[in-house]
Design a binder for this molecule. Sequence first.
Ligand code: ATR
Length: 490
Amino acid sequence: MTQQETTDDTRAVANIGVVGMAVMGSNLARNLASREGNTVAIFNRSYEKTQTVLDEHPEAEFAPAHGYEEFAASLTKPRTAIIMVQAGRGTDAVIDELTRVFEPGDIIVDGGNALFTDTIRREKAVRETGINFVGAGISGGEEGALKGPSIMPGGSAEAWETLGPILKSIAAVAEGEPCVTHVGTDGAGHFVKMIHNGIEYVDMQLIGEAYDLIRRGTGKTPAEIADIFAEWNRGELESYLIEITAEVLRQSDSASGRPLVDVILDAAGAKGTGAWTVQTALDLGIPVSGIAEAVFARSLSSKPAQRAGASDLPGPSEQVSVDDQDAFVEDVRRALYASKIIAYSQGFDAIVAGAEQYGWDIKKGDIAKIWRGGCIIRAQFLNRITDAYAEDPGLVALILAPYFREAIEGAQDAWRRVIVHAVEAGIPTPAFSSSLAYYDGLRADRLPAALIQGQRDYFGAHTYKRIDKPGTFHTLWSGDRTEIEATDAH
Ligand code: ATR
């Protein structure tokens, strides 16, 4: 053994490393260091951030590195490092450096919000060096990273063997179980994280619509509506998002004394993961209409010039009013629950289709389980999803599970009344309405798709199938249409 190798071995003190000491990376490193038995190698491109973390957290078991060689030398084998840097070019740059200093069998984890197709590409390239590459979705924001996120890792089974215990040690815990599971190979983890974010978009949009309906329908104040959400949080809607909604609505602005929600500019931002979900679902041919409406609603909110120009367009000519406020609020609660079931059903359809397309063995029930803690969509309701897939692993749609079928049955009259009110009162409810349209579309005996097939055949000879016999047909539309003739196109 050479002098250099001996020195390197003695420096290998850390069982896990984190690259990137910005907010998410430093919080994740602190979380790791706080767990029994972990020593965490930390590295940041510019050393100041590393120094700040060391200065602010002298109690933590950190092994700081000034360069990639030193970082690699400080890690025990198989070396395991989690990258928490700026997504895109930053991630690629760090992967290049780590593959240079790591060896076959080592593990590189990308904990950023990467697009799953990038993760598939990176995994393939890194695998050729013999190093394992794991794309891991990490949800829960800054606080989750520090105290326990929901973690969705992809990658090889070999990598999961080393990584699993480490990730289990830092993940959120829900009902005694760590919120992490090996989702599937290569991009599976980031794919599921993307769908999670899409569901988060529609969950938030639905809550926004419920608030708007109650506010405009009953004239209640934000503080009064906060009480309603707090009450809802004690029932089947219990979730982190409902809980924080009550707190946001209760907050008043110290400068003006007004409800804070009334002084916040009503233009919603987005980091793009909702759009990724919709783009992916379009490619997979899966209707995630709730998520799409949620993404578009944010886009609409962020068009100040158009909104200003349109603000004097006429609304309904007749005022509609809510007679029984309590009954209306209860209707909205039920409509929210039914729409939420549709949103999750659509999200899981996208997971099933993605798994099929990319060859992942994704356990749907386990995904619902690991979303119960740490992440933004954590909710009591997720247990029902796990139960549904446990009872019937081949369930073709979540809404067909007995529990959800009954929940929608109990909610649907209220759901319809709320949407009728919204339409008559001129209150936009794109996610509520599209969810109901999806539900009615799915359960319809006959859809106007037959007419669309006729149109397609008329203008483009695209052919159609018949309900009464096999084969593919085309009608000769020109000439005397009373004598249309179907010819077998085979
Ligand atoms: P935040 O967690 O605050 O949102 P981010 O913008 O996602 O942060 O990522 C910032 C981190 O990515 C920083 O640690 C940054 O390193 P510097 O402090 O040296 O700027 C890191 N980063 C960005 N591009 C990088 C690159 N090409 N190589 C290495 N690290 C990079």
